[in-house]
Design a protein around this ligand. Structure first.
Ligand code: EPZ
Length: 417
């Protein structure tokens, strides 16, 4: 098992380029099942979660090819309708094939995606939407079986603006009979990116990026090419790292608009953030001030940046409060940060963080993807040696994080346990 070892504090300086968004590529791979034609995705990062999604679509018969950074998918011959427990267990986003499969072949058998470290992660909103559209759904032995002669367009209200449910239902609606309206839809940039991919395939979608999305069902969709949007969470992670090390970093290949909540909060903490067309520059001259954050669906502060921002709060002047409203158990990083000397108290969905002058290096464990990122950032500001174990979590969403940080001046290596 690999681990990251970070020696002492550093000041990050230089520039770093982000890869395209994991949370955009995963639904786009699923959407490629909607057509018998070939789809080509460019600039696809080699991430564990992308590898799993490739395995999932291959397991139902799609042909997948990788040449350097492009990924080719052809789902002309779907020869299985089952996504196995082994695959879905590895990554809950496998569940995103349910909408495309119901739309394209009218049936799917998929293992219930288990919960994970950050919460139970139910799928009730997905299933409610599919049922409304006419799918016949049965649950048993840990599997969902769903059939639909032909999905019907419907008006679906989401009790919560779920990203995955919005994506799954958008994809299902593309080949349904009639019009589907998704109300209280998620507004994340990844939703807009999926809509742009589906539109290039020939679907008729209006309102992506707002809380109401209207999809006119069409008879068939064709193949297309696509380059996903930049990964706003990878970008935000490096922005926070630059700010709390008192550094000066240009994060390249970003859409500044997608980073607004993180930019606003870093400015509130006293960092300088300059926005360029496809880059942001983050500078911090001294210790940051305390700040409060409350995670919300986009365009609110992203839950995927909560752990990283909490590391910044641990070193800020004064008391900060972080409130997590999206997931019920996304404070797993707190115990690990406390091993490094952080002063954090949890009160329900809020954490109260008393900022301290410095953290001390320790042996810590990544409990989930973003918690791992938060610990890597903490190690950059800690006296002495920090060892981060279970970094396979990090590899799900960050390419070569140690190489990118080393290039910015960190004393960090990846080594085997
Ligand atoms: C997506 O997960 C992202 N993953 C997550 O990123 C991200 O944290 C999350 O959206 C919120 O922004 C991908 O895009 C692959 P949700 P998803 O459905 O779709 C509840 C990362 O670190 N809910 O918006 O699973 C759910 O329990 C990952 O990159 C229901 O109650 O998130 C949660 O509390 C982590 N019923 C809330 O909604 C449902 O049917 C948000 O979940 C569906 C969701």
């Amino acid at each position: 098992m690999a681990k990251l070892v970070i020696e002492d504090r550093c000041v990050l300086k230089g520039d770093v380029k982000v890869h395209s968004a994991k949370n955009s590529i995963l639904p786009v791979i699923a959407a490629s099942l909607l057509t018998p034609d070939t789809c080509v995705l460019e600039e696809v990062p080699y991430l564990y979660d992308v590898d799993i999604m490739e395995e999932v679509v291959k397991s139902i018969g799609a042909k997948v090819g990788r040449t350097n950074s492009s990924l080719t998918i052809n789902a002309e011959n779907i020869n299985s309708f089952e996504a196995t427990y082994e695959l879905v267990r590895k990554m809950r986003a496998s569940f995103l094939i349910m909408g495309p499969m119901l739309a394209r072949v009218g049936k799917v058998k998929i293992s219930l995606p288990g919960g994970c470290a950050i919460g139970t992660r139910p799928i009730d909103l997905h299933l409610k939407g599919f049922s409304l559209m006419g799918a016949n759904i049965t649950l048993g032995h840990g599997y969902i079986e769903a059939y639909a002669e032909k999905l019907k367009g419907e008006t679906i209200y989401l009790d919560f603006p779920s990203v995955g449910a919005t994506e799954n239902l958008m994809m299902a609606a593309c080949l349904a009979e009639g019009t589907t309206i998704i109300e209280n839809a998620a507004e994340e940039p990844e939703i807009v990116d999926l809509a742009s991919f589906l539109s290039k395939m020939g679907s008729v979608i209006k309102g992506a990026g707002t809380d109401t999305i209207r999809i006119e069902g069409v008879r068939e969709l064709k193949g297309t090419n696509h380059t996903a949007i930049p990964d706003r969470i990878e970008a935000g992670t490096y922005m926070v790292a630059a700010a709390i090390t008192g550094g000066d970093v240009i994060v390249e290949g970003v859409v500044p608009e997608h980073l607004k909540p993180v930019t606003a909060k870093l400015k509130e903490m006293g960092a300088e953030v300059q926005e360029y067309e496809r880059a942001v520059r983050v500078r911090a001259l001294g210790r940051l001030n305390s700040v409060d954050i409350k995670t919300m669906p986009y365009p609110g502060f992203p839950t995927d940046m909560q752990a990283q921002m909490m590391t910044a709060m641990c070193l800020a002047k004064g008391t900060s409060i972080a409130t997590e409203t999206v997931f019920e158990n996304r404070f797993m990083h707190i115990n690990e940060l406390k091993l490094m000397g952080a002063n954090i108290k949890v009160d329900g969905r809020s954490a109260i963080i008393e900022g301290c002058e410095r953290l001390s290096g320790a042996k810590v464990r990544a409990t989930d993807l973003r918690a791992g990122a938060a610990l890597a950032i903490a190690g950059l500001c800690a006296e002495g040696r920090t060892e981060i174990h279970d970094i396979y979590h990090l590899d799900r969403g960050y390419i070569k994080i140690e190489e990118k940080l080393k290039k910015l001046g960190a004393n960090i290596i990846r080594t085997e346990e």
